[in-house]
Design a protein around this ligand. Structure first.
Ligand SMILES: Nc1ncnc2c1ncn2[C@@H]1O[C@H](COP(=O)(O)OP(=O)(O)O)[C@@H](O)[C@H]1O
Ligand SMILES: [Mg+2]
Length: 265
């Protein structure tokens, strides 16, 4: 396996407030890592450090084994898709223009190639082709979210960062989008870092789940492992709330039950 992203003893503070103290994490190529934890624990901060939207105050972040400090920032961001909650689409641009924004920057002359790419990504995220000419305000929340994902994927990045991307849509749409993103991940082999505050979502989507509390890593393990061997009280409480649909190593989804075998109470 090849390491795709590595945090080495990363420190990040906002003024006096330290959010990440000594944050170390390794993500292998092709993994789907879900980052789960309560509001304000530092999830978004961790994500933004990967594409250079934030700079660490200490430690290193490596992508493909190279410190991102030494990388060209524009280049770095083009290779890292970023999708966040709600509509972040350009309101004055159509669906097609939104999705083709970065591909157009990349291959200015090849409009045909861009058109094909738009068609391909619309299909992959499950958008009907007749939505091409619509503006964001003429789409449902779920459709807007799909366009956002297609736009993040359109430059064929090797890494996709997603920050609570399905937080603003209804339950049914969320379920559909979860299914789509799992499929996209298995089809493209893209490395995904997915932030959520919803433990069920984390268990269903992640090949590995990172549980955070107050800027610290509580546990970093497969969904099954999290249920079978919760490393801390925090993880035990988080996972014990309900039965979980877990993503298994062979891509199946299975309802797994918390057993808490190494915990006594
Ligand atoms: N730009 C900022 N300036 C000051 N404090 C910030 C800033 N961004 C985030 N914070 C604080 O840092 C902590 C972690 O924020 P964040 O990473 O956004 O958490 P999460 O995404 O887990 O909810 C929170 O307490 C938040 O209020
Ligand atoms: Mg956040």
């Amino acid at each position: 396996m090849q390491t795709m992203i590595e945090f080495q003893h990363v420190k990040k503070a906002y003024g006096e407030k330290t959010v990440l103290k000594d944050f170390s994490l390794t993500v292998e190529k092709g993994e789907f890592v879900t980052i789960v934890g309560s509001s304000g624990c530092g999830k978004t901060t961790a994500l933004k450090l990967v594409n250079g939207l934030l700079a660490p105050d200490g430690g290193e972040i490596l992508v493909y084994g190279e410190s991102i400090r030494r990388k060209d920032q524009t280049q770095l961001r083009r290779n890292i898709g970023y999708a966040i909650q709600g509509s972040v689409l350009f309101p004055h641009m159509t669906v097609e223009q939104n999705i083709s924004y970065v591909p157009n920057l990349l291959n200015k002359k090849d409009r045909k190639k861009t058109k094909e790419a738009v068609a391909k990504w619309m299909k992959i995220v499950g958008l009907d082709d007749d939505l091409r000419e619509r503006f964001p305000s003429e789409l449902s929340g779920g459709q807007q979210q799909r366009v956002g994902i297609a736009r993040a994927l359109a430059a064929s990045p090797e890494i996709l960062l997603m920050d609570e991307p399905f937080g603003a849509v209804d339950e049914i749409t969320r379920g559909q989008l979860q299914t789509e993103i799992r499929r996209i991940h298995s089809q493209t082999g893209i490395t995904v870092l997915f932030v959520t505050h919803d433990i069920s979502e984390a268990m269903k989507l992640g090949t590995r789940v990172l549980v955070m509390d107050k800027g610290e890593i509580e546990q970093y393990a497969s969904p099954e492992e999290l249920l079978r061997h919760p490393a801390t009280d925090f993880v035990r409480k988080l996972t014990a709330q309900q039965r979980h649909v877990c993503r298994l190593p062979d891509e199946r989804l299975e309802e797994c039950e918390y057993s808490g075998v190494n915990m006594e109470e």
